[in-house]
Design a protein around this ligand. Structure first.
Ligand code: GSH
Length: 239
């Protein structure tokens, strides 16, 4: 049996690492969520900083798979999808799935920038005014435009999955994106999704997959919180 995967990500948030956790959970793959292990067992955030010192990686999440060390959440999801029967067959389908996954990563960046519009290194409290402008524009316009894009992408393929017939890593990531946006921007999300019934139905089907449903209900799933990417700051949402 091969060694379990080692996921390196912050231990107290879902963040970008959650996209990777969900693919691992859906695959039923053995993995160690390294920083959530005690320091005495080689875990803790010290392990993250150690990896960042030793490997040519700028930021977590990172996945160690045998001799491979992979960063960038979209790339890790694609890699795991291909390894675990969760990726489309053929080059065109794989490129399409990667393209959608990268678009999801772009949306994650935009969601992050609503609470940190001036700088990731500054406190939220020091950029509240700019955040309110950015957040309202995101909740009022961008969510609708972005989710409309995914609704059309899903409809093009017949409505069963974003790429091809079968659920792939990108459908699982879209589920997480929708859960995150709904948590952070409940009013903007409710308005935007009045026009996107297909992606909501896909989200529910994905979340009901037995391994994912078990994970989502388990203590392994860190609750959304205001340290993560998707933060519920009502002043950033629609009035
Ligand atoms: N594009 C990268 C972004 C990675 C990233 O920004 N990670 C955050 C945590 S979610 C981080 O550790 N950032 C540190 C920094 O930017 O200095 C991905 O999707 O994995």
């Amino acid at each position: 049996m091969s060694d379990p995967y080692r996921l390196y990500y912050w231990p107290s948030i879902q963040g970008r690492g959650e996209f990777v956790r969900l693919i691992l959970e859906n695959a039923g793959a053995a993995y160690v969520d390294v920083a959530r292990r005690p320091k005495s067992e080689g875990g803790g955030v010290e392990a993250l900083f150690g990896l960042l010192r030793e490997e040519p990686i700028f930021a977590v999440p990172a996945l160690v798979a045998g001799d491979l060390v992979i960063a960038q959440s979209a790339l890790i999801c694609s890699f795991l999808g291909r390894r675990h029967g969760l990726a489309p067959e053929g080059e065109a389908g794989r490129l399409h799935a990667d393209q959608l996954q990268l678009t999801i990563a772009d949306v994650v960046d935009e969601a992050h920038d609503t609470h940190h519009p001036l700088g990731a290194g500054l406190y939220y409290e020091d950029q509240r005014e700019a955040a309110a402008i950015r957040g309202r524009a995101f909740a009022g316009e961008r969510i609708g435009k972005l989710l409309g894009f995914f609704e059309r992408a899903l409809a093009r393929g017949g409505g069963g999955a974003l790429v091809g017939e079968a659920i792939s890593f990108v459908d699982i990531s879209l589920m997480q994106l929708l859960l995150g946006l709904e948590y952070a921007f409940p009013r903007g999300f409710a308005r935007a999704t009045e026009k996107t019934p297909k992606i909501l139905a896909l989200r529910d089907r994905v979340a009901a997959r037995p391994r994912l449903a078990a994970y989502l209900a388990s203590p392994r799933r860190i609750p959304f919180n205001e340290d993560g990417i998707f933060r519920r700051y009502p002043e950033l949402d629609l009035e």
